[in-house]
Design a protein around this ligand. Structure first.
Ligand code: 13P
Length: 255
């Protein structure tokens, strides 16, 4: 069964008190979610235990980390393992966000290893891909995203793929106010689904959730989410405000 998901990526925003308040505000406004229409809140690591405790009683509302380390433990100052993430009650982790690829030099190899660490600790992975503006302008975005998907995911078996959500986030649309048109989003999502189909077969392609990310907001969520291959969104800025996030959740529930 293909799920729709709205996930909020808070990035490096909100101190602990502000974060707890935002989770409470989201809980207050969050409408009836369903097994096939879920919400995931991804705050910074410091909020994860408190946020997980707040959402634990709410069906189909989950928490996730924005990153994890690929090693199980050891002398990696400042890092957080997948097992530590899991121990907070979080169920998801974002891997391969473009900001991590760019600012923290996360290579495809590292991202494949992080994906393995997350899966082996029972976490669901929201695996990000997406092209920079120069690639979009050159018209080679399909090949670019194909390489990211192959390098990050294609070593997984079919069973492991069940715990993967793909997020397509064109870098030129992140935090810029510039959104991919619904045609651009649909075209890329259909391309990603065809890659999954060629490698894993029809059922896997039909079942995998593919999210759109990049300046998604209440005013454009409905149009984006109504594309046949867009199964929800990974939301940055608009996830920091409960009313906006609720508007996006409402767009998912209306599909
Ligand atoms: P914005 O919604 O702020 O453009 O961010 C998108 C994103 O990077 C989510 O991971």
């Amino acid at each position: 069964m293909r799920k729709m998901i709205v996930a909020g990526n808070w990035k490096m925003n909100k101190n602990l008190q502000e974060g707890i308040q935002l989770v409470k505000d989201i809980l207050e406004v969050s409408a009836d979610l369903k097994a096939d229409k879920q919400v995931v809140i991804c705050p910074p690591f410091i909020h994860l235990a408190s946020a997980s405790e707040l959402v634990v009683a709410k069906d189909n509302l989950y928490t996730g980390a924005q990153n994890c380390h690929m090693e199980a433990s050891g002398a990696y100052t400042g890092e957080t393992s997948a097992e530590m993430v899991k121990s907070t009650g979080a169920t998801h982790v974002i891997i391969g966000h473009s900001e991590r690829r760019e600012y923290f030099n996360e290579s495809n190899e590292m991202l494949a290893a992080k994906t393995n660490a997350a899966l082996s600790n029972g976490l669901n992975v929201i695996f990000c891909c997406g092209e920079p503006l120069e690639i979009r302008d050159a018209g080679t975005q399909n090949n670019y995203v194909e390489e990211q998907i192959k390098a990050g995911l294609f070593h997984l078996n079919l069973e492991q793929l069940n715990n993967i959500v793909i997020a397509y986030e064109p870098i030129w649309a992140i935090g810029t106010g510039r959104t991919a048109s619904s045609e651009q989003a649909q075209d890329m999502h259909a391309h990603i689904r065809s890659l999954i189909k060629n490698h894993y077969g029809d059922d896997a392609a039909e079942n995998i959730t593919i999210l759109y990310g990049g300046s998604c907001k209440p005013s454009n969520a409905d149009e984006l989410f109504s594309c046949p291959d867009v199964d929800g969104g990974l939301i940055g800025g608009a996830s920091l405000n409960a009313a906006d996030f609720h508007g996006i959740i409402a767009a998912m529930l209306a599909q």
